[in-house]
Write a new protein. Structure first.
Length: 356
């Protein structure tokens, strides 16, 4: 088995701590390790050798990735351009196929939080070991609230139960809903949050790419022919630049007729998708008024505030409520913590105004 950790994202919702050249997956916002290191440590015991763990990263993060993993024998695949998850997964599949033929592999994001590592590894093993030819497995989470920031998986009938883990037939993948629809999903009880964790065999996913994304498949074939040769870097760059940016969900999973099974997971999952979600993950650090001060600071008469600082400034707060403060050496963000999903809009606007 192989494990592919997708680490090419820009993490704009964690601006200003996350920047284009130092995105969220490289931040140590949960522990003393970066999120990509946490992900690696969770899954390394599942493979026979570290070389079976593949990190797919952006070119601009090559140096920092090599520095983090200098004591490990992971395989690092570099994308010269960001082209979303379909290209990322296809590229990894070609490398695995070249090395091991029709091998099973699991893909997962590099920047999620998992509380129960044992339960997480157990469900990954079931997802990989239960794979059949022409089958795709995915892992979903039972919703605990109406959430508009996640995609959903609509479940069909139960297919099997393996090691206390139930497999369901997937009816369809659902785009991020509005609040009314998200509330209805929660009430119906037959939807899971889409974690972006999938298991396939190489032949299965490459066949799907060939069917639904033929231009991507043709480009990947050219890349495959150059793997292990001195032409690889040049071919990769030339071909990758022409790829359409499309997610695996939209490009394939929403269209395929191939059997897709969902495994219902319960392992304390969060995509750590915003400052608010990080705040909620750190409940044990809150004072009696719901405040978290990750800084050199003083708080007076505040409620539900989160101060995150990596500068040397003394930060004092008075009379604030539901407030996010992110203080970096070169940038300060002050926002309503309930609007932290919209931080990326600030990044977009700053780019338009050429201030970023």
């Amino acid at each position: 088995m192989y494990i592919v950790i997708m680490a090419g994202g820009s993490g704009t919702r964690f601006w200003p701590a996350s920047k284009e050249d130092y995105p969220k997956q490289f931040l140590n916002i949960i522990s003393d390790k970066s999120l990509i290191e946490e992900t690696f440590c969770r899954v390394k015991s599942l493979v026979k050798k570290e070389e079976n763990i593949i990190l797919v990263i952006n070119q601009i993060h090559k140096e920092i990735t090599e520095k983090i993993f200098k004591k490990h024998n992971v395989k690092i695949i570099v994308e010269p351009f960001s082209r979303n998850t379909a290209a990322c997964i296809g590229l990894a599949a070609m490398h695995i196929k070249k090395e091991a033929g029709n091998a099973p592999f699991i893909v997962m994001p590099a920047d999620h939080f998992i509380a129960n590592h044992k339960a997480f590894k157990s469900i990954l093993q079931v997802a990989a070991n239960s794979l059949k030819d022409n089958q795709i497995n995915t892992i979903g989470i039972v919703p605990t609230r109406p959430e508009t920031a996640y995609g959903y998986i609509e479940l069909g009938k139960k297919i099997a139960r393996i090691k206390d883990i139930t497999l369901y037939k997937v009816k369809k993948f659902v785009e991020k809903p509005d609040m009314k629809k998200a509330a209805s999903f929660l009430y119906q009880g037959n939807h899971l949050w889409n974690t972006g964790i999938f298991a396939f065999k190489t032949n299965t996913i490459l066949k799907e790419i060939h069917t639904f994304l033929p231009d991507l498949y043709n480009g990947l074939t050219k890349i495959e022919n150059s793997i292990g040769t001195e032409k690889y870097d040049a071919v990769l760059k030339n071909v990758y630049e022409k790829f359409e940016s499309v997610s695996i969900d939209y490009g394939i999973l929403e269209k395929t007729k191939t059997s897709i099974c969902a495994l219902k997971g319960d392992f304390g999952w969060s995509d750590v998708g915003s400052w608010q979600s990080l705040y909620l993950l750190r409940l044990n650090e809150m004072d009696s008024s719901g405040n978290i001060l990750d800084c050199n600071g003083l708080n007076m008469e505040c409620k539900n505030i989160f101060v995150f600082s990596r500068s040397n400034r003394l930060i004092t707060t008075l009379g604030l409520k539901d407030t996010l403060i992110v203080d970096m050496p070169d940038t300060l963000l002050v926002a309503d913590i309930n609007k932290s999903q919209d931080v990326r809009k600030i990044v977009e606007e700053l780019k338009k105004k050429e201030k970023l």
